[in-house]
Design a protein around this ligand. Structure first.
Ligand SMILES: [Zn+2]
Ligand SMILES: [Zn+2]
Length: 336
């Protein structure tokens, strides 16, 4: 009888699969890696071999250069890849373009590693696919009952109403460069805004990559403050770090907005000087985490990077066996 920990076990480098001799999202360079998605805490450069979706490989090449690994192997969602007798399959995670759960099966045992995920619709990537498994490894970034993300259409509506209300001011929206920025742009388009959207230079290459993978973003212009326009009545999107620096300060009297799951916490918005917090998250909130665990109903729930304790308790109360995996090195401050 094989135990789940014979198939996947936590190591300092990340989750390790002994029979397949590979790591999932290792935080240090390893000979063989399976990468769930392109965020930098999950996708690092320097692995011997990398298995990921085509989109994730393209994102890694964009961020780290073509030489980010000695051997890149692309797998489509649903395709089964053999690693020394372990079957590896990538299933959509609904987090960002190319994001996947890593599903590993061996001798009748199946473990699904969610990576980062969310359950609500995202116009930039396919929806999360619940996978039948013995062990479900879930993230828990927003693993507390206080985290309940509102409808993203409503949040974009608040942004557009503010733009209409303050036509003499620019609206500066902080959004993480991979995933959040493109999703926010798509949501703004779906809300009917077809004017150019101004973007910080740090977003340009990833915007182009998204468009190359079929995510249309509409007219985008560089948000260079040397231009004659004063950006009154315009929407400008930049990475969170740029808002507070010299780039952000050059815009005259901007309304500072920030799109993040953390904007549900008032103190965080205040701390960053955000006037218009937009609670738009690429991670599952409490209800999505618990609904997903209940839907998949695995024999064991393993909980990683985030607030594990509350979800472990919830699982116990709901008859699910659960444990917290102590994995280090995953930070979801900005990509949340
Ligand atoms: Zn992520
Ligand atoms: Zn993460």
């Amino acid at each position: 009888m094989i135990r789940p920990q014979d198939l996947l076990c936590p190591r300092p480098e990340g989750l390790y699969c002994p029979p397949g001799d590979f790591y999932i999202d290792p935080v240090r360079p390893v000979p063989r890696a399976v990468i769930t998605h392109g965020h930098s805490d999950h996708a690092r450069a320097g692995h011997g071999a990398v298995l990921a979706t085509r989109e994730t490989l393209d994102i890694m090449a964009e961020r780290y250069g073509q030489g980010f690994t000695a051997a890149a192997q692309a797998a489509a969602y649903g395709e089964i890849v053999d690693r020394d007798g372990v079957q590896v399959r990538l299933a959509p995670a609904g987090h960002v373009l190319g994001s996947a759960q890593a599903v590993v099966a061996w001798r009748g045992l199946t473990i699904a590693v969610s990576g980062d995920y969310k359950r609500r619709r995202d116009p930039t990537c396919p929806a999360f696919e619940p996978v039948a498994c013995d062990v479900f490894v879930t993230e828990a970034t927003f693993g507390l009952p206080v985290f309940r993300h509102p409808d993203d259409g409503g949040e974009i509506g608040r942004l557009l109403r503010s733009v209409a209300q303050f036509p003499e001011r620019s609206h500066l929206v902080g959004a993480y460069a991979l995933g959040k920025a493109q999703r926010v742009i798509r949501l703004i388009r779906e809300a009917g805004w077809d004017r150019p959207i101004y973007v910080h230079g740090a977003l340009e290459r990833l915007n182009r990559l998204y468009e190359a993978h079929g995510v249309a973003l509409g007219p985008l212009l560089p948000a260079t403050t040397t231009q004659k326009t004063n950006f009154a009545g315009e929407i400008v999107i930049g990475p969170p770090s740029a808002l507070a620096d010299r780039w952000g300060r050059r815009f005259p009297d901007p309304v500072l907005a920030f799109a993040s799951g953390w904007m549900g916490v008032r103190a965080r918005a205040r701390q960053r000087g955000v006037e218009l917090p937009l609670v738009i998250s690429d991670h599952a909130d409490w209800d999505e985490l618990t609904a997903t665990a209940a839907e998949i109903s695995p024999s064991e729930l393993w909980i990683t990077h985030g607030r594990e304790e509350a979800l472990v308790r919830w699982a116990e109360l709901n008859g699910l066996s659960a444990r917290a995996l102590a994995l280090v090195g995953y930070e979801d401050e900005d990509d949340a």
